[in-house]
Design a protein around this ligand. Structure first.
Ligand code: FAD
Length: 143
């Protein structure tokens, strides 16, 4: 039984490493292949910083409902079709597609974490944190 567990752990570790290498490839190949910088105009009506949940919606509305010019500036990379499955979102936590923020050492919390520092995932990718989240939809009941 122990051998089976070790084998499963070994296979899981290999899969995690392959996934990690793949995210690095996606991230850096995007920066090297992008041609957006050549298309920058001298001025815009609006500059949208971050193409996360909010930035993407604002850009979409400006593009479809107005004639304003705008540019979206995103620190992260584009995604890859293979990484679009929502079930993979949690695997991005702590990866190069995450800003990898963490709290300061906590006196009364984060006891299970190294140095009592909790991780605060935030997407560094086109789509922002929506690429890392759990897609839980909560609708407030309004009386
Ligand atoms: C782990 C996790 C699980 C979640 N689960 C759910 C859920 O189940 N249901 C739900 O409704 N919500 C969930 N959320 C919350 C939801 O995803 C976020 O509230 C929402 O995506 C935030 O949108 P935003 O546009 O404010 O920021 P983000 O989507 O984080 O976008 C910010 C963008 O700005 C970019 N950026 C930041 N600084 C710079 C800079 N200096 N220059 C250029 N670009 C920059 C970032 O790279 C990022 O792409 C979850 C969040 C997390 C982290």
């Amino acid at each position: 039984m122990l051998t089976l567990y070790c084998f499963q752990f070994f296979i899981f570790s290999i899969c995690v490493h392959i996934f990690t290498v793949f995210t690095y490839l996606v991230y850096y190949s995007d920066f090297m292949s992008t041609k957006y910088f050549q298309e920058i105009q001298p001025e815009y009506d609006y500059i949208i910083v971050g193409s996360g949940t909010a930035g993407s919606i604002i850009a979409h509305r400006l593009a479809t409902e107005t004639n304003y010019t705008f540019i979206v500036v995103e620190a992260g990379s584009r995604s890859h079709a293979f990484l679009e499955a929502p079930v993979l979102g949690p695997f991005f936590h702590g990866s190069i597609l995450d800003w990898q923020y963490e709290t300061v050492p906590q006196e009364h919390a984060c006891f299970a974490m190294k140095n009592n520092k909790c991780k605060l995932a935030q997407g560094k990718i086109i789509g922002g944190s929506s690429k890392l989240n759990n897609m839980i939809h909560i609708r407030d009941a309004v009386a």
